[in-house]
Design a protein around this ligand. Sequence first.
Ligand code: 9MR
Length: 312
Amino acid sequence: MRDHAEARGFLIGTALATGPLSGEASYRDIAGSEFNVVTAENAMKWDATEPQQGQFNFSGADQIMDFAEANGQTVHGHTLVWHNQTPGWVQNLDANAMRTAMRNHIDTVVGRYAGRIPSWDVVNEVFNENGGMRDSFWYQRLGESYIADAFRAARAADPNAELCINDYNVEGINAKSTAMYNLVSRLRGQGVPIDCVGIQGHLSIQYGFPNDLRQNIQRFADLGVDVKITELDVRVSTPADANELATQATYYRNVIDACLAVSRCDQLTVWGFTDKHSWVPDTFPGEGAALPYDQNYQPKPAYQALHDALAG
Ligand code: 9MR
């Protein structure tokens, strides 16, 4: 996949977890050879990088960064401001202190990797399904202004990084993706530095394919932002049978085809690559087998689908 992606100037990525990266040669071999961009699945989140106020820990983040650089890969940064995996000390701050802590966190993390991490998920999952703003501790304490502030802080910390807003269930045209569209349009109109939209792509074959994905990508592109598929996986009921894996492969193919059809869609990242290490079974009991490689690191039909689309 990597060679074909590079031939067409496309980024094909995977999320990486630090445990198997240290412990498993098969994991390292595939991660290093099949992808040209990596995302830290957890290691760059706030609870990992600033567990106590002002005390930063970049051991996991550096492990990912070092692996990527050793393999000639780029890194997509994930994520700066989120309601999950953010320590209690942040959540308990008053408004002024929270805003200051957010700016300091962004300044320190983005600043550390300035020039080495060319794109960041600056804010993650800020919407409800109905298109309203998520009632997170960020929103409760700071109102919507935290979003613009986060982007401005990130731009200041690395003026060359591409800055993204990232969310799930925004593949098709729906209330949530339209809220995202409206917010990006409005903030860009105000000069807020948003360069990119991340469409996560946590899909399940039981809900049908979002057939307006390409149209949705296109409308964001028409706003003047890049689009990235940031966290693709396609879960099926487990144990998976051959029919399910074939259907799953069509989903992977449809997603990458939609992205490749829009020139501003420049990256597709899978959320892990092997079913051996996936968040899905823990979160959706009875579902899984969501990734392009099986538990034994063998490529599945979904791998072939991605490969063939990139080669085509
Ligand atoms: O895959 C991640 C998993 O290992 C963590 O336990 C989980 C905790 O919140 O986060 C998972 O990754 C999420 C990502 O950061 C943001 N979008 C949804 C992903 C799946 O939950």
